[in-house]
Ligand binder design. Sequence first.
Ligand code: NIG
Length: 385
Amino acid sequence: MTVLITGIGELTTNDPGLGQLTDAALVLDGDRVVWAGPAASAPAADNLVDVEGRAVLPGWVDSHTHLLFAGDRTAEFTARMAGQPYKAGGIAVTVNATREATDTELLEGLRRHLAEAVAQGTTYLETKTGYGLNTEHELRSARIAAQLADEVTFLGAHLVPPGWDADDYVDLVCGEMLDAVAPHVRWADVFCETGAFDEDQSRTVLKAAAAKGLGLRVHGNQLGYGPGVRLAVELGAASVDHCTHLTPSDIDALANSNTVATLLPACDLSTRQPLPEARKLVDAGATIALASNCNPGSSYTSSMAFCVTTAVLQMRLTVEEAVRAATWGGARALGRESGDGAVGVLRPGSRADVHVLNAPSATHLAYRPGVPLTHSVWRSGLRVK
Ligand code: NIG
C-alpha cells in the first residue's frame, strides 16, 4: 500500500542530492520512502494525503534518553531551583525506586514516555539501562528496553552504588554484568565524571564492552572539564554526550574524529549548567547531535523541539543546523544515517519516518518557541499521529 504525501510547502530531506525542496511530495511504501521530489512530478499512489503547504522533516532521532526508571525527583528539582547544585548521587534515588518497580510498571513507563515522544515527532529513540546497577536489575532493564526502544545501551557504569568499592564495582560491570547484558544491547556507555567513574575506570569499562562487540558511547564533560571527550575520541566511540565543558583541545579532538558530540541543552538548563558551545563545535568541523536526555533527574523532557528551539535561540545554531543535529546528527550518533532503512533522512530507501509541522517552514520551531507544532507523524510507515 503506497501513500503519496503531497502539498509539502518545505521538505527537509538531509540528503545532499535532494537538499531542501519547496512544493514537494513524498511517496511511502510500507516502512520505506520510495520517492521524494517536486510535487508536480510525483508518481500516483494508493492513498493521497495533502498537507496543505506545511513543512515536512524527517522524524526526530532522539539518541540519548534514560527511560527505564520508576519514581519521581520533583523534590530534588525544586531544591535545585532554590540553589542546590546537581550531583550524580541523585541517580541512587531512582535506582532504589526502579529496583522496587515491577516489570510491568517499567514497561508501561517506557511505553508512556515513548508515546509522549512520538506524539511530538520523535520516530527513532535510543534508551539506556543504568538505574539497575546490579546484574539482575541491569539485565531486566535491558530486556524491557529492547521490547520497545529502537536502540538499547548498557549503562551499568552510571554510578558506583552506595556501599561499593569503585574498583570492585568496575570488576562486576566488566565481568558478570556485561556477560549477562551484552546479548540484549547494541551499545555500552560510561559516566566519566567526578563523582562517577574516573578516566582509568571508564577506559576499563569501555574496553571490556568493545571486546564483547558493543559500540561505545560516553557521558563526558557534563559537570566540569574532564577526560570524557578525550577518552571517547581515543577509543573511537560513536558519540560523547553532554560536552557542556569543553577546552579548545577537546573541540579540536572532536573536529578531527568520527565521534559525534551529542548536546543535551534541556539537561543543561534543568541543572543550571552553561549551554554547550555548539557554534564553536560546528565552526571547527565537529559533527553534533541534539538529544533530549529524558530522565527523571537532570532533564525530564521528551521534547526534541524544545532542544532545537534552545539550540537556535541560545546556542547560536541556524534552524537548519539545529534541525539537522536533531535528525541526521542523532542518526549518525547511532550509526543509522546511511544505507537501507536509514533514519534522520528522507530519500528513497530511508525508513518512512515523517514529521509534518503545523507551520509552513522549520523556522517556526524557533520563531514560535513553546508552541506545539507537530501536526502528523509516520513512524516506520505507520501513521501514529
Ligand atoms: O545524562 N549524567 C548522567 N546521567 C544522567 C542523569 C541521570 C539522573 O540524574 O538520574 C544524565 O544527565
